[in-house]
Every structure is written in structure tokens, then in C-alpha cells.
Design a protein around this ligand. Structure first.
Ligand SMILES: *Cc1c(COP(=O)(O)O)cnc(C)c1O
Length: 290
């Protein structure tokens, strides 16, 4: 199998703004995958139906999931077709970041969700790789943490997009009987209600759902916020680790605003640094305008 994931991923102690925490470096799982996308796709690395020759998915043209699927398809010798609702002109003219890398991996791109079609020999994967099969790989993340740490009470935090990783991590701990690990998350893409709906779509039994915490201020996904950029920079300075610019800043703001919950924090680094290239360009543009 050409796809190689470096597991278990390391853990390391850090302090950020006086909060001590353990960082789970799931970003180091593979150079080519956003950390949690590798976990989510893991089932298909070993259980791809024999007749499949194409992967089909949809979502944003900047997404980490899109790029990760392009790597997966390439490594597995499959074609990859991706539908985006809108392709920004500047990106079409000057592809970069996840978009450029996915094109270089042979992604076929089609504009418009109305055009989404799949055939029998094609595997359809939900936006953000939000499917039940993801449990298989994410449970392994729970197993790793249980093996790497002692029996203390831990609060595991990770920011959510589709919520798949947070949900299945919590369910993974519960299935292992590792109830000293409690999972907390915050929605980055929609509201708490949206996130709850996502959880319910993947797991009807609410006892498996992680706790949702929130920030006072509302943030819109993909928008630029000066405080996001600042916290991202500070994180890098204090920990020496590059975090993601889309999810992690809101994640850390949620941690600070709910500090009392976290006396033994584990923060999951879910990757995403590859997508920072385009985000940083946008932030630089913002600075020039000021
Ligand atoms: C995809 C992604 C997420 C969101 O994961 P979900 O399972 O959809 O909640 C969070 N952080 C990073 C860096 C990601 O790439």
C-alpha cells in the first residue's frame, strides 16, 4: 500500500498564555494530508470496494478535504472528480495553495452542484469527508491517546467543521471505556445548532455527542479577523508550532473564554498548514490596505 501514515503521532507539553496543555501532533500524520483527513479516509485505504475507479466529492475549492482526497486518489491509482459551487476567477487564473496542489494531482473540477452525478464504479464521499466510515480511523486516534496518557481526567479539545472528528473521537473514547477523556469542541463553520444537526446525522444517540462550547463573538468561516491572525502568530511564537488559520484561532478563543473547564487540556492539532498559504496572502493584503 503506497499510503503511509505516521502513527502514533507524537504528543508534547506546551504552555500558551499561561494555559498548560498537551498537544497531539496529528498534523504530523502525513506530509500530504491535513491531519484529520488522513484519519477520516483511513477506512477506504484498506476497504476500498474493488470495482471503484473514481472518487467523487464536492465543497469549497480551497478545502483541505479536497486536497487530501486528491492525494488519496492519486496514491490509490484512482481518478478524482470534484464539484465546487463557485470557482473564483482569480483562483482560476492563478491557482495556488490546496487548489493548485489538487489540480497537480489530477483533480477534475466541475462548477455547479446541480451537475453532481455518480456512477456505479465511483465512490461518492461527502463534503469534508463527513461519513460514518470515518469512525474507523478516528477511533484509532482515541486509542493512541489512551495509550500515550495515564488515567487522569482529561479534557480533549478540537475545533469543528463538519464535527465528524470531534464526534467520533468522543464516541471512540466511550467505546474504549476510556471515560477519563471528555471531548469539547466549538463550531467554526456554522452555529451550534448546525453542529448538533451534523452530530445527529452521523450518530443518533446523543450520549456519544461531544460538548459544544462557544465564543462570545460570532465569526464567519473563511473571513479574516485581526484577532485570528494575532492569536495564530502568538501560538507560533510561544509553541514553535504552526497552527491552522481557519479553525484553530476560533478554537483557542473558545478555550480562553471557557478556561474554567480545562484543567488538563489536550489540544488536537488537526493539520491544515498547507491551506495557510492562501490565507496568509489574504491577511497580507489586508495589512497593506490599512
Ligand atoms: C477539516 C479540518 C477541520 C474540521 O474537521 P471536521 O471533522 O470536519 O470537524 C479542523 N481543522 C482542520 C485543520 C481541518 O483541516
Amino acid at each position: 500500500m503506497p499510503l503511509n501514515f505516521n502513527t502514533p503521532t507524537p504528543i508534547k507539553k506546551h504552555i500558551f498564555k499561561k494555559i498548560p496543555f498537551i498537544l497531539k501532533r496529528d498534523d504530523l500524520i502525513s506530509q500530504d494530508f491535513s491531519g484529520n483527513k488522513a484519519r477520516k479516509i483511513y477506512w477506504y485505504v484498506h476497504n476500498l470496494p474493488k470495482n471503484i475507479d473514481t472518487i467523487v466529492s464536492f465543497g469549497s475549492v480551497q478545502s483541505n478535504a479536497m486536497y487530501s482526497l486528491s492525494v488519496f486518489a492519486k496514491e490509490m491509482g484512482l481518478k478524482f472528480r470534484y464539484y465546487a459551487n463557485h470557482i473564483p476567477t482569480h483562483l482560476e487564473l492563478y491557482p495556488k495553495g490546496n487548489f493548485l496542489n489538487a489540480l497537480n494531482n489530477g483533480m477534475e473540477l466541475i462548477e455547479g452542484y446541480d451537475n453532481i452525478k455518480t456512477k456505479e464504479n465511483e465512490l461518492f464521499i461527502n463534503e469534508g469527508i463527513a461519513n460514518k466510515e470515518a469512525f474507523y480511523g478516528i477511533k484509532k486516534l482515541a486509542e493512541e491517546l489512551e495509550q500515550q496518557l495515564d488515567g487522569k481526567e482529561y479534557q480533549v479539545f478540537l475545533p469543528s467543521g463538519t464535527g465528524t472528528t470531534a464526534l467520533f473521537l468522543n464516541k471512540g473514547f466511550m467505546e474504549l471505556g476510556a471515560d477519563n477523556f471528555k471531548v469539547y469542541t466549538t463550531p467554526c463553520v456554522g452555529s451550534s445548532d448546525y453542529l448538533k444537526k451534523q452530530f445527529l446525522a452521523l450518530e443518533e444517540n446523543e450520549k456519544f455527542h461531544p460538548k459544544i462550547i462557544n465564543t462570545q463573538k460570532k465569526y464567519h468561516f473563511g473571513k479574516l479577523y485581526l484577532e485570528f491572525y494575532q492569536i495564530w502568530l502568538e501560538l507560533q511564537k510561544e509553541t514553535g508550532v504552526e497552527f491552522d488559520l481557519l479553525y484553530d484561532p476560533k478554537g483557542w478563543i473558545a478555550v480562553f473564554e471557557n478556561k474554567k473547564l480545562f484543567n488538563n487540556l489536550i489540544y488536537i492539532h488537526q493539520g491544515g498548514a498547507l491551506g495557510n498559504v492562501t490565507m496568509l496572502e489574504r491577511y497580507a493584503f489586508l495589512e497593506k490596505r490599512d
